[in-house]
Design a binder for this molecule. Structure first.
Ligand SMILES: [Zn+2]
Length: 1064
């Protein structure tokens, strides 16, 4: 028996051991391909073994005949982008003044949505506000009763037990309304460039600071600081060796060198005790060592585009101890490669704050114009070299908690009175120590057992949940696959690709008796399959009523994987053939997910939907709103953002019910047309799911990505029936949560499923003053069920120093986190506000922060200088990139923008940056580069000035990967990389091949490394100048001047001018 509270070494959460993780990543089949024909002139079967690649992981994966109806598609622009690029022109004349500034209207400070609670008899009862937190996700759902068939199905199943359907409690609408206030029509959607006589900004090394000008230190280790590890730790690739503390392990006994100041080559942020002066009492703030550059309008020379701030990534791995000398260490940039040693604070992978010191008062915070928010990713993937999270079992009593705020025991709770009592670091309440948890204090005032108990010395631990945390037995791992078999889905190869992908991942589903599966197909009706019957042919059960759906059987639709594996494989192989002559064009998508939900209602689980056409009949059916919006131009302008809102509340209401019964929906959209992502994505958002988007679906190049996406979806670390709450120290409280979840009470978010990729933004607000010199703690508690049926509470605690010094806030600002928060807020605003307004808000966030810094921290500077705080010097560049992103461009397809908004919602911090500011590298010279650590060379600025006609470039944003081939690229290199002899032969649909030459091998290494870093297979596309693919590529050159956007240099001038006007 484990002693109460004692660690259980070796008993790590089964789905979180780094072994499992690394294996998952290694087996991701990141280079799986389905074609050995590089030119794509004849498709191979979507899942035939790739030539010369990694071994196929599945013994049962046989090459199959091509699915019926698969054909190569002609050229289709994958993006409606029509932007063209203009030459870099930093000295171009600026026009059109915009001198009036207003604070961003309610952009940052939002009030929580009103909450209504409702429950109907028999349904889950949400806990009332103020009830004990984390008490489980609702009562056991009432078993449903099936509805009678309203017409006789062609293949009649056993219907004897079917009765009327009960869809459960009526959902309510506590969800923040997507239909926000309506605003005046958007104008042209173009930014207003600054006015006045053209002035040539000059980059100067002057300034009040004696610091040498640091142009590109952001992502680089400080000069002189040697890499802290002798060898690179390839992210997520080393499976087992790192488990056992090899010599050089970051978790050995050796002392590690001090944490380098990752933000800038300056001394570490001083602790609160070292700052004696009070904010507001300084007659003139002294020069700060954290200003990086100045732009002067008085100089003669132009800004050298090579001298303006751009991200520089260090290839060396940073070792990050979360606390040193009992002080919090500022985390490395989220986008850097680092290994965390949890020495009391949680890993920044689990929780990051926008500022690494907490302002004592709301006044200090608002003066800074920065936002206080957390990004939490409770199940984030660790680095393979990091110590696994320990599981702590307190036995029947459960984990020790504060009796007032219910905060969990953590390293910052202070034991007093010989250890008999402890003071909660969250609410300040003093509690009695449970008698079986008592321990004497040492001379340092700490418990003598503090270093042996993970919950007293680690920022993240996982507690075994007791019965108190369950309202039913932990749910099984249920995977229900729902496949579109309408005519378009069949003919484009989407159905075949989905069936093949599912068939291949069956072996990857979590093993064990608790794993259950089900499958259904749909077009204008819904077809369930009895997987249990020992039949040669799977039995199909048709549900033709798509208005009042039901599930035709109470059992045998979702069965244990071990009981149906053969049937399932047979069925998946048969489905494309069974429907090959299907002429049904309609889709009952809404009815199908509802029917699948009814089948899953008693257990909960994951519903994985493969959809190819717009939902056209039955409940939740939709119309092609996009066309309407376009045909009526005036209305389109006025109501443009309306197309980004759900058309009505039908799907939302359904989704809330799904969430109550712990059903999470993931959507794999394999389409050629508009499917109204704005409407259907509420289902994934509300249930903790995710949208995957393959547009236009290519039967040649997309099945590999579909398979890998699905595989990662089911194999990544994840949990079910989860509830999450963040608690804060007195003085700070949670304002609002953003992400993919359902919220029934203000304090908690309900997550039918959560996985390692899902991130939730938590905005914070002051409700009192904090004491200078004290610390403010944040604690995220996630109660969830593992895929193996264990109920666990993962608790991450982050304690940060409080400060009254504005300069400390700027010095400890976390750019990546701040920008990710801006991105998420912008994305959530887009559907409810005119585009021009959202763009202005985003710009104002940047201006206001830099203005505050200028006004209060750099007063000695000349007004002709643009002063950027070192920690935030990339904020203008990222803001500019955001203004040019798919979400904020006026010219994008509606579904592309809706997908972008949805993609952003649960996005992690490390992926938020490349989404907006992609990484671009040159690949034509890969074999000439001598790269020590990473196969990925240093990035190139996103400027067409850096694109040469001879070059070949790879650009990736974590989701898409564009390879641009210059018109004068060497035929020899084209042959080596792509097996073609001229750019005229560039295929429209591209599948990465590995040829027998070093350059091709290096390209494959680069792509595989990016896939590993991003946990994403990437959608590859070859681009060339002069066609839509080239325009799409150049639309990512965010530093360029475009018809609708400023160049980077112009944008800096614009920002500077706005700051000057605010100063005046
Ligand atoms: Zn408390």
């Amino acid at each position: 028996m484990a002693t109460p509270g004692g660690p259980r070494p070796g008993n790590f959460p089964p789905n979180y051991s780094t072994n499992t993780l690394a294996n998952n990543m290694q087996n991701l089949q990141i280079n799986q391909q389905q074609s050995n024909n590089p030119r794509g002139d004849a498709p191979r079967p979507p899942h035939a073994a790739p030539p010369g690649q990694q071994p196929q992981p599945f013994g049962g994966n046989r090459p199959r005949a091509p699915p019926p109806g698969v054909f190569p598609r002609g050229p289709v622009p994958t993006n409606g982008a029509s932007q063209t690029t203009l030459p870099w022109n930093p000295a171009s004349t600026l026009t059109s003044p915009s001198s009036v500034f207003q604070p961003p209207p309610s952009f940052i400070m939002r009030t929580p949505p009103p909450v209504a609670l409702a429950s109907s008899a028999g349904g889950p009862v949400p806990p009332p506000p103020g009830a004990a937190p984390l008490t489980g996700p609702g009562t056991r759902p009432q078993p449903f009763i099936s509805a009678p068939l309203t017409s006789v199905p062609p293949v009649l199943p056993q219907m004897s037990t079917s009765g009327p359907s009960n869809n459960g409690p009526t959902a309510f609408s506590s969800w923040p309304s997507q239909g926000g206030p309506h605003f005046p029509p958007a104008m042209a959607g173009t930014p207003q460039p600054p006015a006045g006589p053209p002035q040539l900004p000059t980059l100067m090394t002057s300034g009040p600071s004696a610091q040498p000008l640091q142009m590109r230190p952001y992502f680089r280790s400080p000069a002189g600081a040697s890499p802290v590890t002798g060898q690179p730790a390839p992210p997520f690739s080393a499976p087992t060796q790192s488990m056992h503390q090899p010599s050089g392990s970051p978790h050995g006994m050796q002392a590690w060198p001090p944490q380098p100041g990752q933000v800038a080559p300056h001394p570490p942020v001083p602790g609160p005790m070292q700052q004696q002066r009070m904010y507001g009492m300084l007659p003139a703030p002294p020069p700060l060592p954290n200003q990086s550059m100045s732009l002067s309008h008085t100089g003669q020379s132009k800004i050298d585009p090579n001298q303006i701030p751009r991200p520089i990534r260090s290839s060396s791995v940073i070792i990050h101890e979360t606390r040193q000398g009992n002080q919090s260490s500022p985390p490395p940039p989220a986008t850097s490669d680092y290994i965390v040693k949890d020495t009391g604070n949680c890993s920044p992978r689990h929780m990051r704050c926008t500022i690494n010191q907490i302002p004592c008062t709301v006044d200090v915070l608002s003066t800074s114009s920065m936002q206080l928010a957390l990004l939490v990713q409770p199940l984030a993937l660790p680095h393979p070299s990091e110590e696994p999270i320990q599981v702590v079992d307190f036995g029947e009593n459960g984990p020790v908690r504060c009796s007032r705020c219910k905060g969990y025991i953590n390293p910052f709770m202070k034991f007093i009175d010989q250890g008999r009592r402890f003071i909660c670091n969250l609410c300040g309440f003093t509690d009695e120590t449970p008698s079986d948890y008592h321990c004497n204090l040492g001379p340092d005032g700490r418990r003598r057992d503090a270093d042996e108990r993970p919950e007293l010395c680690r920022g993240t631990v996982e507690f075994v949940a007791t019965k108190e945390y369950m309202v039913r037995e932990p749910m099984p791992a249920v995977f229900f696959f729902l496949i579109d078999v309408s005519m378009s889905a069949i003919q484009t190869g989407a159905t075949a690709a989905a069936c093949s992908a599912i068939n291949q991942v069956i072996d990857d589903l979590p093993e064990g008796p608790r794993t259950m599966v089900g499958i259904a197909t749909f077009d204008s009706s819904i077809h369930f399959y009895n997987l249990k019957r020992a039949l040669q042919q799977p039995l199909m059960l048709i549900v033709p009523d798509v208005q009042d759906v039901y599930t035709p059987l109470q059992s045998d639709i979702i069965v244990h994987l071990s009981e149906c594996r053969q049937h399932l494989e047979l069925l998946l192989e048969s489905i494309p053939t069974m429907f090959q002559n299907n002429r049904t064009t309609d889709s009952a998508f809404g009815a199908a997910i509802k029917a699948a939900f009814l089948a899953m209602k008693s257990s909960g689980g994951k519903l994985l939907v493969f959809q190819s056409v717009l939902s056209s009949i039955g409940i939740g059916s939709l119309s092609a709103r996009e066309a309407e919006g376009r045909s009526n131009k005036t209305a389109g302008e006025k109501e443009a953002q309306k197309l980004l809102q759900p058309v009505d509340k039908t799907l939302k209401t359904m989704a809330i019910e799904f969430a109550e019964y712990q059903v999470c929906v993931d959507l794999f959209i394999t389409t050629q047309t508009y499917v109204d992502i704005a409407s259907i994505s509420v289902v994934t958002r509300t249930t903790g799911g995710q949208v995957y988007y393959y547009y236009p679906f290519s039967a040649l190049s997309d099945p590999a990505k579909l398979y890998n996406d699905l595989r990662w979806n089911v194999t990544r670390p994840q949990g079910f029936e989860a509830v999450m709450r963040v608690r804060c120290s007195q003085g700070i409280q949670v304002q609002e949560y953003f992400g993919n979840f359902c919220k029934r009470i203000p304090t908690d978010v309900d997550l039918p499923a959560i996985d390692c990729n899902k991130t939730i933004m938590v905005t914070l607000k002051h409700d009192d003053k904090l004491q200078e010199g004290s610390e403010c703690a944040f604690q995220c508690a996630l109660l969830y069920t593992t895929v193996y049926g264990q109920r666990r509470i993962r608790v991450s605690t982050l304690s940060l120093p409080c400060t009254t010094m504005l300069s400390n806030l700027f010095r400890s600002a976390d750019l990546d986190t701040q920008f990710a928060c801006v991105l998420k807020q912008v994305a959530s605003e887009i559907p409810s506000a005119p585009l021009t307004q959202v763009r202005e808000q985003a710009t104002n966030v940047c201006i206001n922060i830099l203005h505050s810094y200028r006004k209060f921290c750099a007063t000695a500077s000349s007004s002709g200088q643009l002063i950027l705080p070192e920690a935030l010097k990339l904020l203008p560049l990222y803001t500019l990139a955001l203004l040019k992103s798919i979400g904020l461009r006026a010219d994008g397809r509606v579904d592309d923008r809706s997908f972008w908004i949805n993609y952003v919602s649960p996005l992690s911090t490390p992926l938020a940056i490349p989404l907006v500011y992609p990484r671009m590298i040159t690949i034509h010279d890969l074999d000439e580069k001598d790269l020590d650590d990473s196969p990925i060379p240093s990035p190139v600025p996103l400027s067409s000035e850096d694109i040469s006609d001879e070059g070949i470039y790879l650009l990736e944003n974590g989701e898409d990967c564009l390879i641009y081939v210059g018109n004068s690229a060497s035929p020899d290199i084209l042959q080596q990389l792509f097996g073609i002899s001229s750019i005229e032969e560039i295929p429209n649909q591209y599948v990465l091949q590995q040829y027998d030459n070093p350059l091709s091998k290096k390209l494959n290494d680069v792509v595989n490394e990016i896939r590993r870093q991003r946990c994403s297979y990437l959608r590859l596309k070859l681009c060339r100048k002069g066609d839509p693919s080239g325009m799409m590529f150049f639309s990512y050159m965010v530093e360029d001047k475009t018809p609708s956007g400023l160049s980077y240099v112009e944008f800096l001038v614009h920002i500077h001018r706005q700051i000057q006007s605010k100063m005046a």
